[in-house]
Design a protein around this ligand. Structure first.
Ligand SMILES: CC(C)(COP(=O)(O)OP(=O)(O)OC[C@H]1O[C@@H](n2cnc3c(N)ncnc32)[C@H](O)[C@@H]1OP(=O)(O)O)[C@@H](O)C(=O)NCCC(=O)NCCS
Length: 206
């Protein structure tokens, strides 16, 4: 396939140069941070190396014991308006590509599992105890535009999540999953080097 070229206009080049200088002043190990960029709890975030961000991203990390709760690997790219929130652990592997307007969180306001920890709807949502469950995004994952990744989810190595999907359960490695809730539609066959159709369940081997 031919390489697609992309030329910046002069004003885009000026903006890029401004972001590059600011990136190197604020966060040397990143490749480029595009501003505005909102970061809360920087001390609880490991930005990895060579991070690239689009404009308007928001990273929010909280920590009970002072440990880091958000970890980026190397060469991660997150596009415009990505919002990632961690309270327990959000780990993003190497070479992960995250499209714009993606939301990833390991926590939610309250618990609704039907057990003794359930939250009453009469409690103000903002005052509900946080329910937390780690999110892991393994190497070489590609997450499409507008995806939501909910607490407790692991996205296996090399998997692809289709645009606008809501991922509520873990997705095995080397699988393409789409929809709300996201279900596998294809799985990579390493013998034939092709994507085979997959049954729409989550029992594919990881
Ligand atoms: C997930 C994706 C890569 C799949 O591509 P593909 O394998 O070529 O998909 P196909 O066209 O063969 O579609 C296979 C089936 O999945 C469905 N499908 C594909 N993407 C879907 C999506 N995002 N949501 C719901 N269904 C989807 C198709 O309608 C088709 O359904 P059918 O079998 O009932 O006809 C692609 O559809 C996608 O969503 N790409 C993300 C684009 C994006 O966000 N880009 C940002 C750049 S960083």
């Amino acid at each position: 396939m031919a390489m697609i070229k992309n030329k910046y206009t002069i004003s885009q080049k000026i903006k890029l140069a401004y972001c590059l200088i600011r990136t190197k002043l604020l966060c040397r190990q990143a490749r480029i941070i595009r501003f505005p960029f909102e970061i809360r709890g920087k001390e609880y975030i490991d930005l990895g190396t060579n991070l690239t961000t689009g404009v308007g991203c928001r990273l929010e990390a909280f920590s009970e014991k002072g440990e880091k709760t958000m970890h980026f690997g190397n060469n991660v790219q997150i596009n415009d308006y990505v919002h990632i929130c961690s309270m327990q652990n959000v780990t993003i592997g190497n070479n992960v590509l995250i499209a714009g307007k993606v939301y990833i969180s390991d926590n939610s306001h309250g618990s609704y599992k039907g057990d003794e920890f359930d939250t009453s709807p009469e409690t103000d949502p903002i005052k509900r105890d946080y329910a937390k469950n780690a999110v892991v995004i393994e190497d070489n994952v590609w997450i499409g535009e507008g995806v939501v990744v909910l607490p407790g989810v692991t996205l296996g190595k090399g998997c692809i999540i289709g645009a606008n999907s809501v991922v509520s359960k873990s997705i095995p490695s080397y699988v393409i999953a789409v929809g709300a809730p996201a279900m596998p539609i294809k799985k990579f066959n390493f013998e034939t080097q092709r994507w085979d159709k997959a049954s729409r369940d989550l029992s594919c081997d990881k």
